[in-house]
Write a protein that binds this ligand. Structure first.
Ligand code: NAP
Length: 255
């Protein structure tokens, strides 16, 4: 098969893995990042950053760049980008497939409270002061300024600057993956009594969920957004043959 230009919408470890696999397979891969992380991990393929200017901008980009296929490999909570990708595909005719990592399921011993968004998570912490581990992105943590009675340990890849307007917040800079044992040690050392998390799925950030279960701690779990219905697979391995199939179809259409 001829080499094709593939645009991967990334920002996840899976996107990086997928990009490397497709590049090794001889494809011309462009990996796109939002540009939120100051020093992203080296991606190993040509990378662009900073967004396209909505669905219209993305449709223009894929047309101008002669892209044969788009892959949405963004984080499951990057709902705007996923919607834009679906709309750009419809506008441009460039096919789209998605890597949709399944969410974690509650296991015996888990004590999850499901909430719709970060504001609801802050509310669900209740009035009584608690010691909270927050592992959410920069855009999401501001909601916790509405609950200043708690003591927060906030873990993020980039420094939270400016810091939140909270009397008791400490910041921990770290980039996953996080091992279960280390997560358990962190929860114990910091006397955490509740974890707030997104349901990211996958192994890289599951350690804190398993550790909370082992320690009998509650987790306030922010539910996943609804994403557009596009052909998708749950793993890189399962997505690769779908991508090859789409490329054969694109070749037949002369894209
Ligand atoms: P979002 O709300 O869905 O997207 C907001 C805007 O950011 C999009 O409209 C787009 O700007 C730009 N954008 C997002 N992802 C992009 C990409 N891969 N390439 C180019 N532009 C992108 O996204 P978000 O929740 O802020 O997440 C930003 C990035 O961080 C995503 O790439 C995601 O995979 C990664 N991430 C997110 C989370 C999370 O919890 N949300 C967690 C881990 C990693 P334009 O409209 O200008 O194109």
């Amino acid at each position: 098969m001829a080499a094709h230009r593939i645009l991967i919408l990334g920002g996840t470890g899976d996107a990086r893995t997928l990009a490397a696999r497709l590049a090794n397979g001889g494809h011309d891969v462009i990996l796109s990042l939002a540009g939120r992380t100051a020093e992203p991990v080296a991606q190993g393929v040509p990378t662009i950053s900073g967004g396209f200017g909505g669905a219209e901008g993305l449709a223009r980009f894929v047309t101008e760049q002669g892209i044969s296929l788009m892959v949405d490999a963004t984080h499951p909570y990057a709902a705007r980008m996923s919607r834009n990708a679906a709309e750009a595909s419809a506008r441009s005719g460039v096919p789209l497939v998605a890597l949709r990592r399944p969410g974690w399921e509650q296991a015996d011993g888990d004590r999850w409270t499901l909430v719709a968004d970060p504001a609801a998570a802050a509310d669900a912490l209740g009035d009584r002061p608690r010691r909270v581990l927050l592992t959410l992105g920069r855009n999401d943590i501001a909601a916790f300024e509405a609950a200043p009675q708690h003591d927060y340990l906030i873990r993020s890849v980039d420094r939270v600057d400016p810091p939140l307007d909270l009397p008791r917040a400490r910041y921990l800079l770290a980039r996953g993956p996080f091992a279960g044992n280390d997560e358990r040690a962190l929860l114990e050392r910091e006397h955490i009594d509740v974890v707030v998390s997104k349901n990211s799925g996958g192994a890289a950030t599951y350690g804190k969920i398993a550790a909370a279960r082992a320690l009998g701690l509650p987790v306030i779990m922010i539910e996943r957004p609804v994403l557009p219905d596009v052909p998708s697979a749950a793993t890189v391995e399962a997505l690769l043959p779908m991508i090859e199939h789409q490329l054969i179809l694109a070749e037949k259409r002369g894209v």
